[in-house]
Design a protein around this ligand. Structure first.
Ligand SMILES: [Zn+2]
Length: 439
């Protein structure tokens, strides 16, 4: 089968009616993926003369790690001609060797389709604000490609660019009648504060808004509910990575389903060293339709729980709970404090207290917490949170209510940056200290 025919045959939800049929779908594509993989220097060396072609042979392969990607920077994983590449990316975070990822135009069809699988749908009538980075990472480009695929109007609002301070986000959301947004969950809380600083009320003055697509950061049920309540629209979670693109999205029943028609998912159990079909462990993914940089059993190093339990949506796709770094915590006495659980307590406070921002520090014998809260609710909010922490962890908590603007300063919400083009010639009355730089 040629590549082009395979592309035309990308699976679509509704084309399988059971997990057995889903598994058959994977088995049909797997030999082609294994042939693609054998074209990359990395897998050619790793697979040697073995040429795996069946599921059983595939399941005997060792996982591919993030370190393998770094060791093969920049093009050791490349399985197509350089001229066929459409984009080159690197993952965020971690200093040292970069983690490269690259895609062909055909890979991008698969990527955009997967991201666009939102139960709420993206339509030509939508105005879609992309508020994740465009530099090196895939996230902004992914949302943009998916929105373009569905005919929506994209507003590129990179959250790492000086050209797009929060005041401008609020103006765009309001004046353009933005209907859908893509960002980290924290962004939507900062927009709410910035909207209020600009004299708008989030749940009232943005009537065009239909939904907030969020990802890239753990989100507790209580924080998600609070964001939805503040904006008066559904919050839809997305899960993926720069190395793989979208891996899971929500169904109408609010459960996160893995795109198992487009990738094989396995769970690595560090305690036994086994790779299993479901349960708790690290997510291992094999994208089935990726030609530029095939990945076989790629260990994402994210803690998850995968389940094949039935969901009323009828998609017949496994569900995933993503713990991410949620399992990672800090000790106070004998209690282990995790951000997710603590976030659940903070956003469990009544909405009327207006708490959006907080920070905490695990000290040896107490948990120190600061919450931004207006003076009128300060005593009630700090007492309620102190009690909730004591019930949850049995540890002493020093909860301090601080003035709004302490953790997220007012100037961050209202600042207007002028980004100008560099120049070298100035008039006698101008400040030539501004030469060449973008300010
Ligand atoms: Zn479902």
């Amino acid at each position: 089968m040629t590549l082009e025919l395979t592309r035309a045959a990308l699976p679509q939800i509704g084309q399988w009616a059971s997990t057995d049929e889903l598994s058959d779908l994977q088995d049909r594509q797997l030999p082609e993926l294994l042939r693609w993989a054998a074209r990359s220097p990395f897998y050619r060396a790793r697979l040697g003369a073995t040429h795996p072609s069946t599921r059983a042979e595939f399941e005997s392969l060792a996982p591919t790690t993030k370190q393998d990607l770094r060791d093969n920077y920049p093009f050791g994983m490349l399985a197509v001609d350089r001229a066929d590449l459409a984009t080159y990316h690197e993952s965020s975070g971690t200093a040292g060797s970069p983690t490269p990822s690259y895609y062909t135009e055909r890979d991008w069809t698969d990527l955009a389709e997967r991201y666009a699988r939102k139960w709420i749908g993206i339509t030509p009538a939508d105005v879609f604000l992309v508020r994740t980075p465009y530099a090196l990472m895939i996230t902004g480009h992914l949302a943009q490609a998916a929105a373009r695929l569905r005919g929506a109007t994209v507003v590129p609002g990179d959250n790492r660019s000086l050209a797009m301070p929060y005041s401008r986000v609020v103006r765009v959301l309001h004046d353009l009648g933005v209907t859908l947004t893509w960002s980290m969950p924290t962004e939507t809380l900062i927009w709410a504060a910035a909207a209020r600083a600009a004299g708008h009320e989030p749940g009232r003055d943005f009537p065009a808004l239909r939904a907030l697509f969020v990802g890239g950061e753990p989100l507790s049920p209580a924080r998600r509910a609070r964001i939805s309540e503040i904006w008066g629209v559904p919050v839809i979670e997305e899960y993926g990575s720069t190395e793989t693109g979208s891996l899971a999205g929500e169904c109408p029943h609010g459960r996160l389903h893995l795109w198992a028609d487009r990738a094989i998912f396995e769970v690595y159990r560090p305690d036994t060293g086994d790779l299993v079909r479901e349960g708790i462990g690290r997510l291992v993914v094999t994208p089935l339709y990726r030609e530029a940089m095939p990945l076989l059993r790629y260990d994402l190093a994210d803690d998850v729980e995968v389940s094949y339990a039935d969901c009323p949506c009828g998609w017949h796709l496994p569900t995933v709970r993503v713990f991410g770094r949620a399992a990672f915590g800090h000790s106070v006495g004998s209690a282990k404090i995790t951000q997710n659980r603590l976030e659940e307590l903070v956003f469990g406070l009544p909405a009327s207290f207006g708490v959006l921002f907080w920070r905490a520090r695990a000290e040896r014998d107490r948990l120190r917490v600061q919450i931004e809260v207006a003076a009128g609710h300060r005593a009630a909010a700090t007492a309620a949170l102190t009690a909730a922490i004591h019930v949850e962890y049995g540890v002493r908590a020093a909860v301090e209510g601080v003035e709004p603007g302490t953790l997220v300063p007012e100037r961050v919400l209202t600042a207007v940056h002028d980004v100008v083009k560099p120049r070298s010639l100035f008039g006698a009355d101008e400040d030539w200290g501004k030469a060449l730089l973008y300010h």
